[in-house]
Design a binder for this molecule. Structure first.
Ligand SMILES: *Cc1c(COP(=O)(O)O)cnc(C)c1O
Length: 234
C-alpha cells in the first residue's frame, strides 16, 4: 500500500472507532478528503484507494483538478468547495462543483442559484456558522441562521443540505466537544424544519473525534491523509 492509501485506511479506522464509542454507525460519517495544495497525483492515489469525495479551498485550483479528472473519464467523483467564496468567483463554483460549504450571505446564494447551469442538478449548499472563532470573518452567527436558511430554501437551483463550521483551534477535547455540540443542536433544529437538511460538516484532523461524538455527518480531513501541506493556506 502506498502512503496515502495507508493514511486513508487509518483515518477510516479512526472514524469507525469514534463512531463506535458513541453508538453511531460509521456509515453516518462521510469522509471528505481535503486536497488543497496537493498535486493531482496525490488525489489519484486516494482515488485508487477508493476515495470519491474531495474538498478544495481555492476556486481555480479546484476547477483545474475537476477538469483534469473529468478528462480522464474516471469513476464519478464528488467535488466540494470549502474555501472562502468571493462574489467574483461564484460562477466557477456554480459551474463546476457539486457542493459549496461556505455560503454565509444571501447575496452569494442568489448568485450561485442564478449561475448554476440548467443541465446540472441543484448545487448542494451548507450554511457556514461562525461558532467560536472571533477572528474569522467567515460564517454567520446562529441568530442569523433562520432567516438565511428560509431564503436559501426558496432558491430552485440550490439544495440546502445543512451546516458547516471551522471551530477555532482548541487542544482540549472537552472544549472541542462543547463547541461541536452547539453546532449539532443547531443542525438538529434546522433538520426538523427543512426536509432536505441531512449534513453537518464538522471536524478536521485535530478535532475529528469530538466532532463525530457530537454528531458530525461529514469530516473534512487533509493533513492526516495527504501529510502536511506544501505551502500554508493563503
Ligand atoms: C484545510 C481545511 C481542512 C483540513 O484541515 P486538516 O487539519 O488538514 O485536516 C478542513 N476544512 C477546511 C475548511 C479547510 O480549509
Amino acid at each position: 500500500m502506498n502512503e496515502i492509501a495507508n493514511n486513508l485506511a487509518q483515518v477510516k479506522d479512526k472514524i469507525s472507532a469514534a463512531a463506535a464509542r458513541c453508538g453511531r454507525s460509521p456509515e453516518e460519517v462521510t469522509l471528505l478528503a481535503v486536497s488543497k495544495t496537493k498535486p493531482a497525483g496525490a488525489l489519484a492515489e486516494a482515488m485508487e484507494a477508493g476515495q470519491r469525495a474531495f474538498g478544495e479551498n481555492y476556486v481555480q485550483e479546484g476547477v483545474d483538478k475537476i477538469r483534469h479528472f473529468a478528462e480522464q473519464g474516471k469513476e464519478p467523483l464528488t467535488w466540494h468547495f470549502i474555501g472562502p467564496l468571493q462574489s467574483n468567483k461564484s460562477r466557477l463554483v456554480a459551474e463546476h462543483f457539486d457542493w459549496c460549504h461556505t455560503v454565509d450571505r444571501l447575496k452569494i446564494a442568489v448568485r450561485l442559484n442564478e449561475q448554476r447551469p440548467a443541465g446540472m442538478p441543484p448545487l448542494n449548499v451548507l450554511i457556514q456558522i461562525n461558532i467560536s472563532d472571533e477572528n474569522s470573518k467567515s460564517g454567520i452567527a446562529l441568530s442569523e441562521l433562520d432567516a438565511l436558511a428560509e431564503a436559501i430554501a426558496e432558491l430552485p437551483n440550490l439544495t440546502l443540505r445543512g451546516l458547516m463550521a471551522i471551530p477555532a483551534p482548541e487542544p482540549d477535547y472537552d472544549r472541542q466537544f462543547a463547541v461541536c455540540k452547539q453546532m449539532a443542536a443547531a443542525f438538529e433544529s434546522l433538520k426538523s424544519r427543512f426536509p432536505t437538511v441531512d449534513t453537518l460538516s464538522l471536524g478536521m484532523t485535530d478535532d475529528m473525534d469530538a466532532a463525530i461524538a457530537a454528531g458530525s455527518t461529514m469530516v473534512r480531513i487533509g493533513t492526516a491523509i495527504f501529510g502536511a501541506r506544501d505551502y500554508p493556506a493563503r
